[in-house]
Design a protein around this ligand. Structure first.
Ligand code: ADP
Ligand code: MG
Length: 356
């Protein structure tokens, strides 16, 4: 009855389709090998006792306990878990106390969705422990609500859907409005994916992320459309009426959706050159129109693009730090990384790491 329940969720890397999810748009993530694992053991009380392996930056073991139904926003890592039990309690789902042990190899704040991997691994364990009747998409919604309503990050649905449903070797082509998705096999016999963590971590809470989202909403209000999804790349001239900043924000989202469709077509026809070109265009759009890159990240992308055998590279995830994803010739990725990492360290003083 009280045997430990062990569940996992992998981190994700978004191949293309950035900041489109909260605009009702399309995304194309896949999983990374790194994952978060939780061990949940019911403890016959109303107390939740949580332990997570050390915060890599502060190097301190993290532990916390609270009583179910008395969750209070703390402004720290614990909110990602407390928020889930708070929302389930609000939904009148009966829970009882448990001990939770968390171990993770997903780097935190690196644009690879450690937060959604944590939420989804925890929700999967709760589903098993309390026999909850939720589909994967419903679990994803609960994770998103936790970040929106409890943590204070107005994230879209991509990360949770990817951590719940994506698998390695294929991209999850997801319509974030309808949650319909298609699994697109990646031509990994002809190319490598290279993911490099810049060593600069971001925070979604407050700051630039929520501001970008508010700017998109303002653009929609001025354009009198429900969401930016409603515009396609042939209608860009409609953005001319917007103030400059809002025009650039909206242009990123509209053109990025178009790049997602074109990337899917390129993958399906194994056209790796076109995939690479779309990655480069996506990076430029995030850098210049959406302004979520950093000079160090631009440097990392540029260094990759200078290497022989690289088809494309771009910032992945929400930005303001985080990771990049590149496409290289088959078998070339480690050689590219070996050239790029020392040069990046010399130019920026940052220590990057290879994740995939
Ligand atoms: P990302 O999802 O891109 O990694 P976020 O800022 O969305 O970045 O989420 C990172 C935050 O999630 C961390 O600062 C921490 O609060 C929480 N978190 C992620 N993984 C863990 C973990 N294994 N244990 C405790 N907290 C975690
Ligand atoms: Mg996150």
């Amino acid at each position: 009855m009280n045997a430990p329940i062990i569940t996992r969720a992998h981190g994700r890397v978004n191949l293309i389709g950035e900041h489109t999810d909260y605009n009702g748009g399309w995304v194309l993530p896949t999983t990374i090998p790194q994952f978060t694992q939780v061990t949940l053991t019911p403890n016959q009380s109303q107390t939740v006792r949580i332990q997570s392996s050390s915060d890599p930056k502060k190097k301190e073991e993290r532990s916390f306990s609270y009583t179910l139904g008395q969750e209070k926003k703390a402004g720290s890592w614990i909110d990602y878990l407390q928020g889930i039990t708070a929302i389930l309690t609000l939904e009148k789902i009966p829970l009882s106390g448990f001990d939770l042990r968390i171990e993770s190899t997903v780097p935190e704040g690196s644009g690879l969705s450690s937060s959604a991997a944590l939420e989804m691994s925890f929700l999967k364990a709760l589903k098993l422990a309390f026999d909850l009747k939720f589909t994967e998409a419903e679990l994803a919604r609960l994770g998103q609500r936790t970040e929106n309503e409890f943590v204070g990050a107005r994230v879209g649905i991509m990360d949770q859907m990817a951590c719940a449903l994506a698998s390695s070797g294929e991209a999850l082509f997801l319509d974030t409005k309808t949650l319909k998705f298609q699994r697109i096999p990646l031509p990994l016999e002809h190319m490598d994916l290279l993911v490099i963590n810049s060593g600069i971590s971001h925070r979604n809470v407050g700051g630039g992320y929520n501001e970008r989202r508010a700017q998109c909403e303002e653009a929609c209000r001025l354009l009198d459309i429900p969401e930016l999804r409603s515009l396609n790349a042939q209608e860009l001239s409609r953005l001319d009426s917007l103030p400059d900043v809002l025009k650039r924000r909206a242009r990123h989202v509209v053109t990025e959706n178009d790049r997602v469709f074109n990337t899917v077509k390129a993958i399906q026809s194994e056209d790796i050159t076109t995939m690479g070109r779309l990655f480069v265009e996506s990076h430029q759009s995030m850098r210049d129109d959406y302004e979520v890159s950093l000079p160090e990240i631009d440097q990392l992308v540029e260094l990759c693009l200078k290497q022989e055998g690289v088809f494309g590279a771009r910032l992945t995830g929400g930005g303001f730090g985080g990771s990049i994803v590149a496409i290289t010739k088959k078998g070339k990725s480690l050689q590219v990384a070996a050239e790029v990492l020392p040069e990046y360290a010399r130019l920026t003083g940052q220590k990057a790491t290879v994740l995939v």
